[in-house]
Design a protein around this ligand. Structure first.
Ligand SMILES: Nc1nc2c(c(=O)[nH]1)N[C@H]1C(S)=C(S)[C@@H](COP(=O)(O)OP(=O)(O)OC[C@H]3O[C@@H](n4cnc5c(=O)[nH]c(N)nc54)[C@H](O)[C@@H]3O)O[C@H]1N2
Ligand SMILES: Nc1nc2c(c(=O)[nH]1)N[C@H]1C(S)=C(S)[C@@H](COP(=O)(O)OP(=O)(O)OC[C@H]3O[C@@H](n4cnc5c(=O)[nH]c(N)nc54)[C@H](O)[C@@H]3O)O[C@H]1N2
Ligand SMILES: [Mo]
Length: 759
């Protein structure tokens, strides 16, 4: 069965509005994903591939990082997981002939959607200086070019090694090892734009920068608060866990400026009853203003403190530090200010409080709605305060649950992909491999862009991802990238980062999760860590997209041998031959991975230790869980302006666009829409269906403009607007980042709407 060819470039983005839905999943979800999968893979391959997703002997879904759980259905089915798989397992190919037909100047004018639709990359490709066409190149010659440019640097710190979150543990460990043996900690990753704020806040307060709950805990909770997250689209399998929690008596509060379909009602495609009837999930919807969460939790904390017997004093005395100072700050929380910051009513907050006080076991889940604000870190710290007050960390059914994005983003960090590695990790590397790793901190994403912009970094190497589209301040980032001497992308699919390059550029095609990985010692598997610290194996079964692809571990090992030569202390050849030898080293370097090979061989894998969760031990500077007391912040909104959040549609995976619909929000055939509250729109004089330019205003005085967005009147919180990323990344100033974590503040951009000049 032939697959359908990709559509012509749908540059004309003509959004229609079809009415938002209130129910997620169900039969339409199954149907949509099958249609998309069959267009890319044909019928037979669709059936064979989707059956292997998240099975114990199959591959880890390249979609989100939500855990699998013990009881797996024949098809652990999830619409957006199926789309992610189809995108990778597509039968379409981007060959050298494609690059002959499409010069870089042509690719640079194409939409991200069109680029992604062309299919899988099949050959290493090289763009010589001054050329407009990529040409095929052999692997050895490609590695020579990287080696040449790295050797020409005045210091290894002039190179940047980016990682996106699909990279396996083995590849990530090898990649950081290579960068550090070369001599740099310039290891920015997508986490810098994602959950860095969670890591910063949690490390400081509980001593571990990861979530403290397992899947079973969700099933045991009395109350689950889902704040700043849209699981119906981004973590669809989480809805099954929420459904199960509700069946066990849990209640759910969702805190969001938007009423998101999945949180309203969910039809579980796994059960016949679910398919027909569906379950209401949210008990209380708090329609908060963008950035109002810290104020909300601060007031809830005050109200808990004022309630006789509500504080778990035993826990607070035994396990925490900083209570007095925090309590003083919390007691000063002001009703009026909180109502202004959140846009909520007094009744909303009182109802939430009653639900909190009625619950023994509370979990707070969150994602980008909390992490991408200037005050993201204090917001998440306030949530920790909230949980600590009632002893909700380190016991079943309770805890912090930052829901991670990319399928192995958490594992990559565990493997040492971090620009600010802990000294203990570097000591362990030194002991194991016998070279002295660099100690100075490297660049995160924002600092890497500045360094490229200022000519201080000259080689940019990416292990996956789409750096120029995912990063803020598109014009600045693209100009920065064009200043590089060499840009290299290890990729599965074509994207904009291949078209906005340094003086020279390389595309190195690699295997995806779904594909068989055979090395000299035989067939290999890799491992990943999910959002809850469970580590398990992932084994691809499909024939690779082409005979010239190399696996990510093989690319790193060969590159390292070429660059570091005989001086290297690392047995790169052996590592490439047999990934089990890499796992033996991980076992000796990374705590929690003892006996790695044996333990990962067990079906389902194993859980990494988490001291606060397992033993109520908090490895912080004080040796206790830390209460904190930061001043309350929320975004200021000047007159006549809106706060814009940049978010995901239902038909995208970050910068990978699957289609032009956002079914749950009722948007069809286009992505250039801005959702505006109808009353705000009236006050601003913008009619439903009219076209506007979004102009971002920031303290640097530079006006950033995204032209031609269709206004959609939508029930978002007052003063708040929403539009899709990556199209809106032009609006996010490079220097507008979260305090401490330096994550781009892409959920609160002050904009004005101007009559569009392009409609
Ligand atoms: N299908 C699919 N799955 C994905 C992804 C994808 O693109 N597509 N991306 C993956 C990745 S890398 C990540 S990080 C996750 C992202 O998962 P999410 O964080 O769910 O993604 P966003 O679309 O950014 O949605 C942010 C949500 O927070 C709300 N929000 C925004 N600002 C605020 C605020 O100030 N306060 C509150 N309370 N809510 C707010 C928004 O209305 C929206 O519901 O998903 C992962 N999974
Ligand atoms: N304005 C705004 N900006 C944002 C966000 C936002 O909410 N708003 N979200 C941020 C977040 S949370 C994140 S995580 C980042 C995402 O940033 P990235 O991780 O850099 O971007 P992706 O779009 O996930 O990367 C997609 C590309 O990865 C490659 N790829 C896919 N699978 C593989 C694989 O197995 N191996 C290799 N080597 N390559 C592969 C493909 O070539 C594909 O084109 O964007 C951030 N940017
Ligand atoms: Mo992310």
């Amino acid at each position: 069965m032939a697959t359908k060819p990709p559509k012509a470039d749908p540059v004309q983005d003509a959004p229609r509005v079809a009415g938002a839905q209130h129910v997620a999943a169900g039969l339409p979800a199954v149907r949509h994903s099958l249609v998309m999968a069959q267009q890319q893979m044909g019928v037979r391959r669709t059936a064979l591939t989707l059956l292997r997703v998240n099975q114990k002997d199959g591959f880890d879904c390249p979609g989100c990082a939500w855990p699998e759980g013990e009881q797996r259905h024949t098809a652990e089915f999830c619409e957006n997981g199926a789309k992610a798989v189809a995108e990778e397992a597509t039968l379409r190919r981007v060959t050298p002939e494609f690059f002959r037909a499409h010069p870089v100047s042509d690719l640079a004018g194409r939409s991200g959607y069109w680029l992604g639709q062309q299919g899988r990359l099949t050959h290493p490709m090289y763009l010589p200086e001054g050329a407009d066409h990529y040409e095929p190149i052999g692997w050895d010659r490609a590695f020579d070019i990287v080696a040449e440019e790295l050797r020409a640097l005045a210091s290894p710190d002039e190179a940047v090694f980016y990682t996106s979150g699909r990279t396996s543990n083995e590849a990530a460990f090898l990649y950081q090892l290579f960068a550090r043996e070369l001599g740099t900690n310039n290891l920015p990753d997508c986490s810098n734009m994602c959950h860095e704020s969670s890591g910063s806040a949690l490390t400081e307060t509980i001593g571990v920068g990861k979530g403290s709950v397992l899947l079973e805990d969700l099933h045991k909770a009395d109350l689950i608060i889902v704040a700043g997250q849209n699981p119906g689209t981004n973590h669809p399998r989480m809805l099954t866990a929420l459904e199960k929690a509700k069946a066990g008596g849990a209640r759910i509060i969702s805190v969001n400026p938007l009423p998101e379909a999945g949180l309203e009602r969910f039809k579980n495609p796994q059960t016949p009853r679910g398919l027909l009837k569906g379950a209401a999930l949210t008990d209380l919807f708090l329609q908060i203003r963008l950035g109002g969460d810290q104020a909300l939790f601060r007031l809830l904390n005050r109200l808990i403190l004022e309630t006789e017997g509500a504080v778990d004093e035993e826990f607070v005395d035994a396990h925490t530090h900083g209570y007095e100072e925090f309590a003083e700050a919390a007691r000063a929380a002001d009703w009026e200010e909180t109502l202004a910051a959140t846009g909520l009513t007094r009744e909303d907050i009182e109802r939430a409080l009653r639900m909190v006080l009625d619950s023994q076991r509370v979990i707070v889940c969150w994602a980008m709605g909390l992490t991408q604000h200037k005050h993201a870190v204090p917001t998440i710290r306030e949530i920790v305060n909230f949980l600590l007050l009632r002893g909700n960390i380190g016991r079943p059914g309770a805890g912090v649950c930052p829901v991670r994005g990319h399928s192995n983003v958490q594992g990559d960090r565990t493997m040492g992909i971090f620009e600010r590695p802990a000294p203990a990790f570097l000591d362990a590397l030194e002991k194991e491999f016998g070279f002295a790793p660099p100690r100075a901190h490297g660049y995160d994403v924002v600092r890497a862009i500045r360094a490229l912009r200022d000519g201080e970094a000259k080689v940019f190497f990416a292990m996956g991802g789409n750096f120029v589209s995912a990063s803020p301040d598109t014009e600045v980032t693209e100009a920065a990238m064009r200043r590089a001497r060499l840009t290299v992308h290890v990729s599965t699919k074509l994207n904009r980062s291949h078209a906005v390059t340094g003086a020279r550029a390389l595309i190195l095609p690699t295997l995806g999760r779904t594909e068989r990985d055979v090395q000299a010692s035989g067939e290999q598997f890799v491992t990943v860590e999910d959002s809850m610290g469970m580590v398990h194996a992932s084994r691809g079964r499909l024939k690779p997209a082409g005979p010239h692809l190399l696996s990510e571990p093989a690319i790193v090992c060969r590159l390292a041998r070429r660059v570091l030569g005989a001086d290297s202390r690392v047995p790169w050849e052996e590592f490439e031959r047999d990934y089990a030898t890499v796992r033996d080293r991980i076992a000796r370097v990374v705590p929690g991975f003892e006996d790695f090979n044996a333990r990962v061989a067990r079906p389902g894998g194993f859980a990494l230790p988490h001291a606060p969760r397992d033993e109520r031990r908090f490895p912080t500077a004080t040796g206790k869980a830390n209460f904190t007391a930061a001043p309350v912040e929320y975004p200021a909104l000047p007159e006549g302006r809106l706060l814009l959040q940049t978010l995901r549609s239902h038909d995208q995976y970050n910068t990978t666009i699957y289609g032009l619909d956002d079914r749950y929000r009722g948007i069809r055939d286009g992505r250039r829409v801005v959702l505006v509250n109808a009353e705000d729109a009236r006050a601003l004089g913008v009619a439903d269906g009219s076209y506007v330019d979004l102009v971002s205003e920031w303290r640097d005085g530079v006006e950033r403009r995204a032209p031609g967005f269709r206004v959609v009147h939508y029930p978002t919180a007052r003063g708040c607007a929403a539009a899709y990323y990556p199209e809106t990344n032009v609006l996010v100033p490079l220097d507008a980042t979260a305090d401490t974590s330096n994550t781009p503040a892409s959920k609160s951009v002050v904009v004005r709407l101007e009559q569009s000049t392009t409609d």
